[in-house]
Design a protein around this ligand. Structure first.
Ligand code: 9Z3
Length: 345
């Protein structure tokens, strides 16, 4: 589902002919940062200039016509290809529920949204009817040889449909896909640079679950790994660490924007400590902490100016279909208001 006015990009096919460049050294000069080293040694996706065009149009439109604030919402997992002609890859659990749901609440609250998402993960609005939990065919019924929306769902669907069209008609939602970590990083950098003119009106809401490890292009096999590559019945794969891009984003790629990252843990005893250490390390404005097991019913806001603040839903609220993002986004917007006020002072 790509809005009619938007070009369709596909990110899931590898660039077979050109993705590997064995000319470039695996390790560049020692004095440049890990982040710069990464971009020096990895090729950008070939479609990036087209994405830039779409971004230019979208951002210019809102700067000149609507004055809306713009939220960049990142969403979904990333793949780490093991081969250039990718048969196998490493992935993670994220379906993009947090990102797609949050994007809807930003739109409802008057923001324009750039939705940088893992291709084929959940999208704002269509998420209500896609993927295996809610097959869209279950919402249909046959009446006199014709297919219609089952009346028991039509009221709710009309509600979603209207909001979807409102977002489209007001040109408030730009969908930008990625599949691999490399595509994610290059596109995030591009969007950040494009958003510079929006200064403090821009909000970065980094909910994507980005892999910490990857295979550098210089070490990636061209073709499918053969079973003969195993030694003593084992295949050993060496992964490199993905550089920490948040500091670059805060220092160089954005200008005056409010930056929010997410911290995911599975051990509750280290969540807040890890969130605080991310804030101290990157000097951005807010970390939203969540545990894999309870992420749909509680999150914690951690920043350096307020006490830690839990947003929680009761079991009854969850059972009634309330979404935690309906509480999170207004709280985020209050902090964005404070951020704008502070940077004007
Ligand atoms: C999150 O923590 C998101 O809330 C979830 C959403 C990925 C848990 P779902 O897609 O899940 O709704 O099922 N995102 C960030 C996770 C992350 O990888 N953070 C990094 C870290 O924890 C920092 S950027 O180190």
């Amino acid at each position: 589902m790509t809005p009619a006015h938007q070009k369709n990009f596909h990110t899931s096919n590898p660039e077979e002919a050109t993705a590997i460049n064995r000319e470039i050294p695996e390790f560049a000069a020692a004095q440049i940062s890990d982040e710069d080293k990464y971009f020096a040694n990895h090729k950008p996706p070939s479609y990036l200039p087209e994405i830039k065009e779409e971004l230019d149009k979208f951002i210019k439109y809102h700067l000149e016509n609507t004055g809306k604030r713009i939220a960049l919402v990142t969403s979904g997992g990333t793949t780490v290809p093991l081969e250039n002609n990718t048969v196998r890859f490493i992935d993670n659990f994220s379906a993009g529920t947090r990102g797609a749901t949050s994007a809807e609440y930003f739109l409802e609250n008057g923001y324009a949204v750039i939705f940088l998402h893992r291709e084929f993960s959940l999208l704002p609005y269509s998420r209500h009817y896609s993927h295996s939990t809610n097959c869209f065919l279950d919402y249909m019924t046959e009446v006199n040889g014709k297919i219609e929306i089952d009346p028991k769902y039509s009221e709710q669907m009309l509600h979603v449909y209207r909001k979807y069209h409102e977002a489209q008609d007001s040109n408030s939602l730009l969908l930008i896909p990625y599949t691999t970590v490399n595509q994610y990083l290059y596109t995030l950098k591009l969007i950040s640079e494009e958003l510079k003119p929006c200064t403090n009106k821009a909000l970065f809401y980094l909910a994507a679950a980005v892999s910490d490890f990857f295979i550098p292009q210089s070490r990636m096999p061209q073709h499918k790994i053969q079973s003969s590559a195993a030694t003593d019945g084992e295949l050993v794969i060496r992964l490199a660490q993905v550089p920490k891009f948040l500091s670059r984003l805060v220092e160089n790629w954005s200008s005056g924007a409010m930056i929010i990252s997410f911290k995911l843990e599975t051990d509750s005893s280290i969540l807040i400590k890890k969130a605080k250490s991310a804030l101290e390390r990157y000097h951005h404005q807010l970390v939203i902490g969540n545990l894999l097991q309870t992420r749909k019913k509680e999150v914690v806001f951690v920043d350096l100016e307020h006490d830690d603040h839990w947003v929680r839903l009761t079991d009854e609220e969850v059972a009634n279909g309330k979404e935690i993002e309906s509480e999170m986004i207004p709280a985020v917007i209050t902090l964005h208001n404070e951020w704008i006020k502070k940077s004007l002072a």
